[in-house]
Design a protein around this ligand. Structure first.
Ligand SMILES: C[S@@+](CC[C@H](N)C(=O)[O-])C[C@H]1O[C@@H](n2cnc3c(N)ncnc32)[C@H](O)[C@@H]1O
Length: 251
């Protein structure tokens, strides 16, 4: 009789233990169609002052402009193109994600993510469990964080859909676990792109890259797998080349 409380405690501990061991993680929300996701995102950004593509095209604060130009070395400083801003259309983003084959086992990085539209659409429309955005311009990164807060509040993010945002230089960011990369690289310098290509190769997990208009300088690690002409915010009629790269076999 005296042993009963102890026995009860053991049974309770077993039941509780088993309960937590068997707890099934919340399923990831079902992917949305790109049209539905883009409509959600348009609403999200409409609520954030100064967050439209046109607002972004108006420029960045001087200090950020110098910082971005300098991150592209001498070429960046002489070309002075940090104020340029654009994004693929939502339909183009969908085509890029399909071509990359973004799936459950992938982690997608947008190196130079701006306000994060591409990344957010990727997260909402594919089974990707995690995406990472890296942006050096503080004002643009702040808009991306504000949009993420709104998506979270709307229940569109969760354990099965992680959106990580980093305010830092894309050439120095930690690439651990990265399998897919998107770079809207129109004005990125050769120097920066060579550094990125080397670091992506060293990460050892990257299986695909998509870049806009400007591709990787010749390098031993990644080769062109194809191009597609897709519509961008700055070329809505005729589109711009999107270049797809894969790792060179045996490297
Ligand atoms: C053309 S926008 C891309 C927007 C976003 N990728 C999209 O398509 O939705 C390029 C972005 O790269 C950022 N950028 C340029 N150089 C960078 C650097 N060294 N590190 C991080 N971000 C950088 C710019 O501030 C700009 O927001």
């Amino acid at each position: 009789m005296r042993q009963r409380p102890a026995r009860l405690m053991i049974v309770a501990a077993l039941v509780l233990g088993l309960g937590s061991a068997c707890r099934v993680p919340a399923p990831a929300p079902a992917p949305l169609s790109w049209r539905v996701a883009a409509a959600h995102l348009e609403d999200v950004f409409a609520d954030i002052p100064g967050s439209s593509i046109d607002d972004f095209r108006a420029g960045v604060p001087e200090a950020e402009r110098h910082l971005i130009n300098a991150s592209h070395g001498a070429e960046g400083i002489s070309l002075d193109k940090a104020h340029i801003y654009g994004e693929p259309s939502p339909a183009a983003t969908d085509a890029i994600l399909r071509r990359l084959g973004a799936g459950r086992g992938d982690v997608l990085f947008d190196l130079g993510c701006g306000r994060g539209f591409f990344l957010m659409q990727a997260l909402l429309t594919t089974p990707l469990p995690k995406v990472v955005g890296v942006e050096l311009a503080g004002s643009r990164a702040a808009v991306a964080r504000a949009a993420r807060d709104r998506l979270r509040a709307g229940g569109l993010l969760g354990p099965g859909r992680v959106l990580e945002l980093r305010e830092e230089d894309l050439a120095r960011t930690d690439l651990t676990g990265c399998t897919l990369v998107f770079m809207d690289s129109v004005f990125f310098s050769d120097e920066l792109l060579t550094t990125v290509a080397r670091r992506l190769h060293e990460a050892g997990t990257v299986r695909g890259l998509a870049m806009i208009q400007k591709g990787l300088p010749p390098n031993p690690w990644f080769e062109l797998a194809g191009t597609e002409r897709l519509k961008m915010s700055w070329s809505p009629r005729f589109g711009t080349d999107v270049l797809f790269y894969r790792p060179v076999r045996g490297r």
